[in-house]
Design a protein around this ligand. Sequence first.
Ligand code: FAD
Length: 456
Amino acid sequence: MRSFDAIIIGAGQAGPALAGRLSDAGLSVAIIERHHVGGTCVNTGCRPTKALVASAYAIHTAQRGADYGFSAGPVEVDMKAVAARAEKIIRDGRAGNENWLSGMANVELIRGHARFESPIVVSVDGERLTAPRIFINVGGRAVVPDMPGVDQVPILTNTDIVALHVLPRHLVVIGGSYIGLEFAQMYRRFGAEVTVVERMDRLITREDPDVSDAVRQILEGEAITIRTGADCIGFARSGADIEVRVDCAEDARPIVASHVLMAVGRRPNTDDLGLGAAGVAVDGRGYITVDDRLETGVPGIWALGDCNGRGAFTHTAYNDFEIVAANLLDGEDRRVSQRLPGYALYIDPPLARVGMTEAEAAKSGRRLLHSKRPMSHVGRAVEKGETQGFMKVVADADTRRILGAAILGTSGDEAIHGILDMMNADQTIETLRWAVPIHPTVSELIPTLLLDLAPQ
Ligand SMILES: Cc1cc2nc3c(=O)[nH]c(=O)nc-3n(C[C@H](O)[C@H](O)[C@H](O)COP(=O)(O)OP(=O)(O)OC[C@H]3O[C@@H](n4cnc5c(N)ncnc54)[C@H](O)[C@@H]3O)c2cc1C
């Protein structure tokens, strides 16, 4: 049995950074990875999808050449070249992460699947390792629910579709939420017919209805078919095609797809980790139970990133590392509950969000102020010819603090940080009154948006 000061299971978005901090503090670290260093984000998530979104955006802009006064001739998409560009970005990201790890003085990368044997012993393909501190960073994977016929047809997940080199004739995306909608729009722009099938009565149901409606309008404007309220989803083979049933009615006609992407949610990689042997508890959905400092119920074992159910993003996984490192190495008392929820949906234009939705703010019982501005009233958006969407903010009338905001519009993923930073700094809505933002930007309208706040 080999001994280390710390063992990290999973080299995703929290593990390598934590390994670096522990190594700098002079601790010996074993970091165990069963697949690719960099985890979901680098290999099958953020990086490839944002690379593909960039290709889709360039294609879409070329097709809109006439709006800008040029003609690029007929736009032809080379899916192999699109995929090769994304693959290079993946490979470079992975290599960067591997080099980073191999440059750490006291860190050993061990390849293989890790399983607990006890609270201080982990086995990796027969080899036994022990450490007084163990950090679990195992991430998650796509859920493929047991829908009728699902095992009779080929089903793609995010892992398969980022490696696709062909253009689907008709892509059916099961799940009208964050991951599904990015793929839906990019494949439509690559030239596929696309249908989104959603069980609920609207897309991205966590968002306010006006956000869902505007996103639907943007996607339908690009001839994506949206089928909400799909109550009986099932699959059957039909020659080389796949029939997707979306309606309970006996005579309902199925959608005939060439490819089906399952994007209905993620589950944590905790089912084959031997957590029972360590006494680490999970909740009903398999997420590791942690306290506000990300400690499990077992002293010396922490869980970071998607597997603890406290975040589902790269920035939340990385922030988990920051919290654990600050508490362990810097004597701080950082907590997950101090984190403001912020995220973006990378359709075009992007939807960026921070804090509460208006529905959540209304439920909180506070006296509220609201402000909303269409992107058609944002000079930069008009000049760029990208005026879809809106920005809106909700604030507490008594504390004068922003509670939440959404920017569905061009550069919204960047501009939202003006609001996110104000919320983090716990500033009142008057703070930006004398700011002089740069013209023309999307961000320059944020002070105006705040000054327009009023009861509804
Ligand atoms: C299609 C898609 C697009 C996304 N886009 C974005 C985005 O734009 N922005 C954003 O913030 N987030 C995005 N995400 C989410 C983001 O990828 C995750 O939140 C992030 O990767 C979580 O990091 P993590 O470290 O918790 O886990 P992961 O990155 O999943 O890493 C976990 C690692 O642990 C390894 N592992 C698991 N079990 C074991 C074991 N038993 N032994 C050894 N190794 C093990 C895995 O192989 C993996 O490498 C996206 C996700 C998907 C699927």
